[in-house]
Design a protein around this ligand. Structure first.
Ligand code: CO
Length: 199
């Protein structure tokens, strides 16, 4: 039998018991609705679980994840998440979090074919092209890869800033602040690369 799969519902029962042990009202409070202060736009990579790496509890983070944490201005999924989070939930912060060792970013540095995802990776290749002079000047391939991960995050934050949702929000209020982070899967440390505030 598949012991990994079979353990999942058991794990869920243990988690529920643990949470209720800490706070008997834990789930009944969450059932009343959500007011998360943060929107997280991260990579789908299994090694970068949004809530866990920042110690956030259920109810604290609205999450959107895609391959290589891309902010694409025609992506209706991302735009809908962004608009709902900013206009309705009134999040105070948006974090775009990339990570070193990102397979999507690495794929964009090659001409290898991976199937359907090649179409998505094409957007990341555009980011490389915009920053080709800086990136091509880095001789060490690992260093170039790391810098490309960082640039992809910064580019994503700047794309958010230009979005209609953020521009409309900033006409009426100071929030949300936009942040770009990079996470290192090799040591668990996240660091801030850029912050853009409306004040
Ligand atoms: Co990734």
């Amino acid at each position: 039998m598949d012991s990994f799969y079979n353990s999942l519902l058991e794990n869920n029962k243990k988690w529920v018991a643990e949470k209720l042990g800490e706070d008997p009202q834990f789930f009944s409070k969450l059932a009343k609705g959500q007011k998360p202060p943060l929107l997280w736009i991260g990579c789908s990579d299994s090694r970068v679980p949004a809530n866990e790496i920042i110690g956030a509890q259920p109810g604290e983070v609205f999450v959107h994840r895609n391959i290589a944490n891309m902010v694409i201005h025609t992506d209706m999924n991302m735009l809908s998440v962004l608009d709902y989070a900013v206009s309705i939930l009134d999040v105070k912060h948006v974090i775009v979090c990339g990570h070193y060792g990102c397979g999507g970013v690495q794929a964009a540095m090659t001409n290898n074919h991976y199937g359907l995802v090649d179409n998505w990776v094409h957007h990341i290749k555009d980011v490389y092209r915009f920053h080709k002079i800086e990136l091509d000047a880095i001789n060490n391939e690992e260093e170039r890869f790391r810098r490309f991960v960082e640039i992809n995050v910064i580019e994503g934050v700047q794309d958010l800033e230009k979005s209609a949702t953020i521009q409309a929000a900033w006409k009426n209020k100071q929030t949300p602040s936009l942040h770009g982070w990079v996470y290192d899967v090799a040591n668990g440390i996240a660091k801030e690369l850029i912050t853009i505030k409306n004040y």
